[in-house]
Write a protein of this length. Structure first.
Length: 201
């Protein structure tokens, strides 16, 4: 097939839900990808946690916040699975706080910052400790938005059915599409590249 010289290639270099490629195909988007596991998948999940925490910070509408918190929940669940951490470990973090004393903006920024701190963990015990605080912040955000955990888990289950999940380790390197494609604007915040060279994670 002759390459369309008007097409633009964007470097995504990130973990995605495994049904996203179905949507790409329907919208005439070509892509390069790989199914990853082991150390690669662990690293990609930790980076994905940072990405999704930032998405929560940037949302304006409650419905969008719920959707992004679903992604955080899904990524966090997969991190626990990959590192063989029992979910109950997260509840060992004890921190009493009154919501009246919480600045929403500060909590959201701390949420993002903690996701970055997790990237720097040195051993399993440190990882658990940092995840415990991240979990506390996650629950605090739910309270701030008057959301229940069941609301998030139910929405996540629905999203997993329609869009797939992160557990299969689908890693997208690049996408290529015409600037007239209706999905083009979705990718404009990613860096443009000249070819489909793969930067291994």
């Amino acid at each position: 097939m002759t390459e369309n010289v008007t097409n633009v290639i964007f470097a995504l270099n990130k973990l995605v839900r495994d049904k996203v490629t179905d949507n790409f195909k329907k919208n005439n988007i070509t892509f390069t990808c790989e199914y990853i596991n082991g150390v690669k998948l662990k690293k990609a999940l930790l980076n994905k946690l940072v990405e999704e925490a930032n998405e929560v910070l940037s949302t304006k509408l409650k419905a969008d916040t719920i959707e992004e918190l679903c992604d955080v929940w899904e990524v966090l669940s997969n991190i626990l699975k990959q590192y063989n951490i029992n979910f109950q470990e997260l509840f060992k973090y004890q921190h009493n706080v009154e919501l009246d004393d919480i600045n929403k903006k500060n909590i959201l920024h701390n949420f993002v910052q903690q996701s970055k701190v997790i990237l720097e963990f040195k051993d399993r015990d440190t990882l658990i400790k940092e995840l415990q605080y991240f979990w506390f912040l996650f629950l605090t955000i739910l309270k701030l938005y008057n959301l229940s955990l069941s609301t998030i888990t139910n929405a996540c289950s629905k999203k997993n059915r329609t869009r797939g999940n992160f557990s299969k380790g689908l890693f997208i390197y690049t996408v290529e599409l015409d600037p007239d494609n209706e999905m083009y604007k979705f990718f404009t915040h990613y860096p443009k590249v000249k070819n489909h060279d793969i930067n291994l994670v």
